[in-house]
Ligand binder design. Structure first.
Ligand code: SF4
Length: 358
């Protein structure tokens, strides 16, 4: 089929007078878009409080390929969670997507009907939230919560849905799974509740998993176990994932690509290797510089001085300028564009605009 299409494409291209190199570029592009499971284009989100309007996400764009993990990193208030909630159209009251597109397998999520959205959530895109205690229903057993989700999206009988729930709980490391289906969320530890949330997120075998700081509420040892579990399950199933975190240290283990958010803007995006080996944006450099090595003795914990900008600060100048050690006059008055350089996309006037700009 692929060969047939390639041959047909070649003939069409020759008829149109397109040369060999251009044909290869077209084919590569086509394959890139075929592999793209989620595409975010110039996404803008605002919140209204009375007469005031605060723009918290300012033109976010990325592509997520099948089977890949994109980590979205940044401090509190930079727009990470708003971005995650936008992907499923789950913004809280007052929040509104004011621009851009979110394409899931080529279809614009923002134009889907309520019923199409319901089908998409869980089976197409699924989410693990920060705090399982607020996401699980405290007065329903775990078994009911998982089987109801399965039954709502499939034609499974209750018996089959329960068997699937047992399988899922075992998969995420809950022992005595059959018996524990009858228990309520408060009867599980924090780590176990997060494992149950992972089981629920995976019960419909989604193509994209969105994990919003899934380990924030857990202690460090459990965090490591949960991260390993998510990564293992993601690799086994081949699903793509968007992993939201404020912790750059965990990104290296879990992600293929990293997008750094600051003040609602993407300030840098690169593969994990490129970002860790040569961060180009001063904010990313600061984040990496503040990671503490266990092998080095330090007197003071390194940190980026100052505070992140309040959501909705005026769209003037570089958002990092008040904290940046390299800020010049231009930085305070003009917003740098996001440009591509050395396998990075970066938003900083220090980086020469010698490749394509967007
Ligand atoms: Fe710093 Fe200026 Fe670059 Fe912003 S544009 S990160 S203020 S050097």
């Amino acid at each position: 089929m692929a060969l047939w299409r390639k041959t047909a494409d070649n003939k069409t291209a020759r008829r149109a007078g397109i040369d060999g190199r251009a044909q290869i570029a077209i084919i590569l592009n086509m394959n890139a878009s075929e592999d793209t499971v989620l595409q975010v284009e110039d996404l803008r989100v605002c919140f209204r409080h009375g007469q005031n309007r605060t723009e918290v996400l300012r033109g976010l764009s990325y592509r997520l390929q099948k089977g890949k993990v994109l980590a979205v990193v940044g401090e509190s208030g930079c727009g990470k969670t708003v971005h995650a909630l936008s992907l499923l159209k789950l913004l809280p009251p007052g929040g509104k997507i004011t621009g851009g597109r979110i394409l899931y397998q080529g279809k614009d999520i923002l134009s889907l009907s309520a019923e199409e959205l319901r089908k998409l959530r869980g089976a197409g895109l699924s989410m693990i939230f920060q705090d399982p205690m607020t996401s699980l229903n405290p007065i329903r057993t775990i078994g009911k919560q998982i089987t109801e989700t399965i039954e709502a999206h499939t034609s499974y009988s209750n018996l089959r849905a329960r068997a699937q729930a047992v399988r899922l709980l075992k998969k995420v490391g809950i022992s005595n799974a059959r018996k524990r289906l009858e228990e309520y969320p408060f009867q599980f530890s924090g780590g176990q509740r997060q494992r149950i949330m992972i089981a629920m997120a995976l019960c419909l075998q989604p193509n994209v998993l969105i994990a919003d700081e899934p380990t924030t509420a857990l202690d460090v040892t459990i965090q490591a176990q949960i991260l390993k579990l998510i990564r293992d399950l993601q690799r086994q199933s081949g699903m793509a994932a968007v992993f939201i975190t404020h912790n750059l240290a965990i990104v290296a283990d879990i992600a293929d690509e990293v997008l750094v958010l600051y003040g609602g803007y993407c300030v840098e995006q690169a593969t994990v290797h490129a970002l860790f080996s040569k961060p180009l944006h001063p904010y990313t450099q600061g984040l990496l510089g503040s990671l503490v090595s266990l092998n080095k003795k330090v007197e003071h914990l390194p940190a980026i001085e100052g505070y992140p900008p309040a959501p909705g600060m005026p769209e003037k100048g570089c958002p990092f300028a008040p904290r940046c050690p390299y800020a010049g006059e231009k930085c305070h008055s003009c917003l740098p564009p996001l440009i591509e350089q050395e396998q990075h996309k970066v938003r900083c006037w220090l980086v020469e605009k010698n490749e394509k700009s967007r």
